[in-house]
Design a protein around this ligand. Structure first.
Ligand code: DGL
Length: 267
């Protein structure tokens, strides 16, 4: 038994989509969530720059005595997961491998599409993880940077958003994909809109569920599951001010978020 918190982070609110699934499978765990809202979006930045942010956030979480870290951000996972694992002596789980695994399990025609940030697409991390499982699968990736901005602004529906989504997805649909990975943790917040554009013949995948399963497995293997709390604690940190944690979080997690602290994390 280990009642220390799990640390979960993202550039912004997108990681809440992963947190929701984690809470479902390990509801007794204490959680610290970190959103780097002063520096969001990560996607257009150089991966080396993102790597610096990710290392600083990981240090911050380790100072808070977390027992395991979830990088609830594809761009950060692509930029730094390997190096973080070499540097920090606690279990660290990213979202790309679980997403790739889920997509491979779902495709029938061996054509998988990925929409993600520019950083994730350019890293080719999904191509690598998918082809590691099955070399014969065709992967087609598109960067969809505008979608992160919509979600961070709390714009989760509307005609304008639908139009932008469809313009990103058109080339993927033309490639005859049967499975689409939402390769950015912000995107499950607009999953309904994405599905409106893909139609019923394309399966839309988020890595959140599989990532949460990996968290449970890691806690079990390390004998680090929390003992039954009457009420587990959730603490939220952000580097910006007044972002959409309250509204988005409430809507998405199905619980109030009233414990947000703003911190300045000098890099
Ligand atoms: N949510 C993040 C991801 O999964 C990044 C969005 C961004 O900051 O550009 O890639």
């Amino acid at each position: 038994m280990d009642n220390r918190p799990i640390g979960v982070f993202d550039s912004g609110v997108g990681g809440l989509t992963v947190l929701r699934e984690i809470i479902k499978v390990v509801p007794d765990e204490n959680i610290i969530y970190f959103g780097d809202t002063a520096r969001v979006p990560y996607g257009p930045r150089d991966l080396e720059e993102v790597r610096k942010y990710v290392f600083r956030i990981t240090e911050f979480l380790c100072q808070k005595n977390v027992k395991l870290i979830v990088i609830a951000c594809n761009t950060s996972t692509a930029a730094a997961l390997k190096d973080l694992k070499k540097t920090f002596n606690i279990p660290i789980i990213g979202v790309i491998k679980p997403g790739a695994r889920t997509a491979v399990a779902n495709t029938n025609n061996m054509r998988i599409g990925v929409i993600a940030t520019k950083g994730t697409v350019e890293s080719k991390a999904y191509d690598y993880e998918i082809k590691k499982i099955d070399e014969s699968i065709n992967v087609c990736s598109i960067a969809a940077p505008k979608l992160v901005d919509y979600v961070e602004k709390g714009i989760l529906e509307g005609k304008e958003l639908d139009k932008v989504i469809c313009s990103y997805l058109k080339p993927l649909i033309k490639k005859d994909i049967d499975t689409l990975i939402m390769g950015c943790t912000h995107f499950p917040l607009i999953e309904k809109q994405i599905k409106k554009c893909t139609g019923k013949n394309i399966r839309v995948i988020s890595s959140a569920v599989e990532t949460a399963m990996d968290v449970k497995k890691a806690l079990k293997n390390g004998r680090a599951i929390a003992s039954n709390h009457s009420k587990p604690t959730r603490k939220f940190y952000e580097t910006g001010y007044g972002s959409h944690f309250f509204e988005v979080g409430k809507m998405f997690l199905g619980e109030e978020i009233n414990n947000v602290e703003s911190v300045s994390l000098e890099i």
